[in-house]
Design a protein around this ligand. Structure first.
Ligand code: DAH
Length: 382
């Protein structure tokens, strides 16, 4: 099959072209072919191929026209061939350049389209954390006590035996120390031979802050102390070697046992709801006299010991009461350690185990979840 461009490989005489009319029809065919091919060059590589096919020095169509049509043309046709070739060249060159510009701007447009920032897309979601449940319970309890005139103080987690035990009326070899076995810290040996080594330990309770507060401040004192405490307990569902307490201390010249129980009752009702009842039972702590243990009527079964299903309440195990925390009137012996006049002042103290309270209130059955930081647990308490 002879295509218009394949005819450029032969001299005009071989093609049987002898008149200017035939020649211009031949050029028109070739131009038509060029226009059709030109529209097919869509990208840079097909455009390059197309350009070389028409303008290539060695075997481009225009070179072939020059070599095969113009050069061997008869004298009568030479002018016309030259004119036709010039016209075709001008057309080819301008169209090829126009095509290049079109392809380039098209590539640019598609690149722009590709790289455009779509402001309507949703952003990268960074989850915002929340307060740990223990912190939330601290906050809840702090709010209750702050609303009745207590202030919040915090103290060191590394303590001396003096504050953790002795000043709280727990001398060395006192049996309650057995319950509060803790972590003692090995101190780096000091180069200064004169500094007597004070042993240090991780506090077993927040009670040392009773002493530190009273040392710093004359009565009236009304403080609560949230914080972390440590004991050498083996971890299980209800024991952890680190846990949390809130200590409370109120000392003034006229604080009675009624103030004490009234304050505790107020707190418990605020925390568990107005329908709960409180009771206290005699107990023992070296730094309070008398000492008590506070119970709350089971908030889950309404203090009946029977669950809604008719069975035994699983929270209070049918007892109708739940043991809450220890407390008492400050033992006068403690005032001796802080230079308070035991004849003039009186007060009460309490120590609330926060983990236990949080477990009770939020139905958690394993204390370990507070320390594992598993987001599946944490997310349940946003
Ligand atoms: N410190 C005690 C403990 O950790 C709890 C306690 C009991 C604190 C009675 C008190 C209190 O302030 O009065 O076991």
């Amino acid at each position: 099959m002879t295509t218009p461009e394949s005819k450029t490989t032969l001299p005009l005489v071989h093609l049987g072209i002898t008149t200017p009319e035939e020649l211009s029809a031949l050029f028109a065919d070739l131009r038509g072919r060029f226009d059709a091919d030109c529209a097919c060059a869509h990208d840079e590589s097909s455009w390059k191929q197309f350009r070389d096919a028409w303008l290539g020095r060695k075997s481009g169509v225009l070179t072939l026209v020059t070599d095969n049509w113009l050069k061997p043309a008869t004298a009568e046709l030479k002018r016309a061939v030259g004119a036709g070739l010039n016209e075709l060249r001008a057309h080819v060159e301008s169209q090829i350049e126009a095509r290049r510009v079109a392809i380039e701007s098209g590539t640019e447009a598609s690149a722009l389209r590709r790289e455009r920032v779509d402001l309507s897309l949703p952003g990268v979601h960074r989850p915002v954390g929340s307060h740990h449940l223990i912190r939330q319970v601290f906050q809840e309890i702090e709010d209750i006590f702050v609303s009745i005139g207590f202030s919040v103080v915090e103290g060191p987690e590394i303590e001396t035996p003096y504050y953790n035990f002795e000043a709280l009326n727990i001398p060395e070899f006192h049996p309650v120390r057995d319950d509060m076995d803790t972590f003692y810290l090995e101190l780096p040996s000091s180069s200064d031979k004169n500094t007597a080594k004070t042993p240090l330990l991780l506090r077993t309770h927040t009670s040392p802050m009773q002493i530190r507060t009273m040392e710093k401040q004359k009565p009236p004192v009304r403080v609560i102390v949230p914080g972390k405490v440590y004991r050498r307990d083996n971890p299980d569902a209800t024991h952890s070697f680190a846990f949390h307490q809130i200590e409370g201390l109120a000392v003034d010249t006229d604080i009675t046992f009624c103030d004490f129980t009234g304050t505790i009752e107020y707190f418990v009702k605020q925390f568990f709801g107005p329908s709960v009842k409180t009771r206290f039972r005699p107990s023992y702590f070296p730094f309070t006299e008398p000492s008590v243990e506070f119970d709350v009527s089971c908030p889950f079964c309404g203090g009946t010991g029977t669950a809604a299903s008719g069975g035994t309440c699983s929270k209070c195990k049918g007892a109708a009461w739940i043991e809450l925390f220890g407390a008492g009137m400050v033992d006068p012996a403690v005032y001796g350690f802080v230079n308070y006049d035991a004849k003039k002042v009186s007060g009460f103290a309490f120590g609330i185990g926060i983990d236990r309270l949080a477990m009770l209130k939020y139905g958690i059955d394993d204390i370990q979840v507070f320390f594992q930081n598993d987001v599946r647990f944490l997310r349940q308490f946003p």
